[in-house]
Design a protein around this ligand. Structure first.
Ligand code: GSH
Ligand code: FE2
Length: 328
């Protein structure tokens, strides 16, 4: 081979595998947000519920023209001491949906939450809609299926969900276009949902003064999280971000779960523009070493890996959760 040809092949390879590869799914998301901001489609309306016991924000998003909507990351109340679930939070959400006249098309989960139980099956029973999560949920199901030594009745193929999204998958809420983006790092399966000019970030970014999600759960990866965050922050500055959690930051005494790409780029304490991947990795690894496991991780994961369903009842009719000892 001539020297010229070898150089050409090397640069082609760099183009195909390196950072120069054009991220077409991100380009599509940027275009969608720009079109929504330009007023080519109605901008989605978002109403949020905040669950203080688990610091979780649940969002109901709808198209004001068609009144079609979606629920993002709902909460099933859980009294761990009594082993009892309650539906007070979910019932309040259902009452809002009914009073507003929203027709639920989607129940979107950003990931298998480790800190609260999902109410998606309960809300689906009352409001309909398709239950969706990222395709990589099967990885999470396999990991936790092993950890909890679950039998063959648990398929681990994502079949408990109605739709598994891949990166770049397009869907719609009424007339409003939506794109699912795979944003791994907090867990391998995390998705962000870009709906019109709004992004439901899941556990990637938190409020600028609080920072970012932890990356130390099984399959978590701080470097991947950094790359996922950079992807989200390359959306237009005016993009509205709705977060999955808020823990308040030192000096702030109210909960906030809405911000913008511009505010995160300028001021996110962990991930503002200019912070390198190595700096982020060092910060995240050091911080994660100080965090204890979420209070509800063991019940949450066993229920959420089953799409929010409780484990099948045993022959006495009761459903049980397991407690793996000395494993975490
Ligand atoms: N204290 C909370 C911790 C919850 C937690 O670990 N949250 C995750 C998201 S699922 C996180 O990224 N937290 C970031 C942090 O605590 O700095 C609990 O027990 O539930
Ligand atoms: Fe999470």
């Amino acid at each position: 081979m001539t020297k010229h040809l070898i150089t050409f092949i090397h640069s082609l390879n760099d183009y195909l595998t390196g950072s120069d590869v054009i991220d077409l799914n991100l380009v599509a998301a940027q275009k969608q947000v720009n079109e929504a901001l330009a007023g080519h489609t109605a901008r989605p309306v978002v109403y949020s519920f905040f669950d203080e016991p688990t610091n979780t924000a649940t969002h109901v998003v709808h198209d004001p023209i068609t009144m079609k909507g979606a629920v993002v990351d709902s909460v099933l109340d859980f009294d761990a001491a009594a082993g009892r679930t309650h539906t007070k939070s979910a019932d309040a959400l259902i009452a809002y949906v009914r009073a507003t006249g929203i027709e639920i098309d989607w129940l979107l989960e950003t990931h298998a939450h480790a800190d609260h139980l999902s109410a998606a099956p309960y809300i689906q029973q009352h409001c309909g809609g398709k239950l969706a999560i990222g395709r990589e949920i099967t990885t999470v199901q396999n990991v936790f299926g092993k950890i909890f030594n679950v039998g063959t009745e648990f398929a681990r193929d994502g079949s408990e969900f109605d739709r598994l999204f891949d990166d770049g998958d397009q869907f719609s809420i009424g007339n409003i276009s939506a794109i699912a983006l795979h944003v791994p790092g907090h867990t391998p399966a995390d998705m962000a949902y870009v709906i019109g000019d709004v992004v439901f970030t899941g556990d990637t970014l938190f409020m600028p003064d609080y920072g970012t999600a932890r990356a130390d759960f099984p399959g978590g990866d701080a470097r991947q999280l950094y790359q996922s965050i950079r992807r989200l922050l390359s959306l237009p500055g005016e993009t509205r971000l709705y977060l999955c959690h808020d823990y308040k930051a030192p000096g702030r005494d109210t909960y906030i779960w809405e911000t913008t790409v511009a505010a995160e780029r300028d001021g996110n304490v962990h991930a503002h523009e200019g912070i390198s991947e190595d700096d982020f990795f060092a910060m995240r690894t050091a911080r994660d070493a100080t965090l204890s496991m979420p209070k509800l991780i063991l019940p949450s994961v066993q229920v959420n890996m089953r799409a929010g369903h409780l484990p099948p009842p045993e022959e006495n009719g009761t459903s049980y959760l397991k407690l793996p000892l000395n494993l975490f």
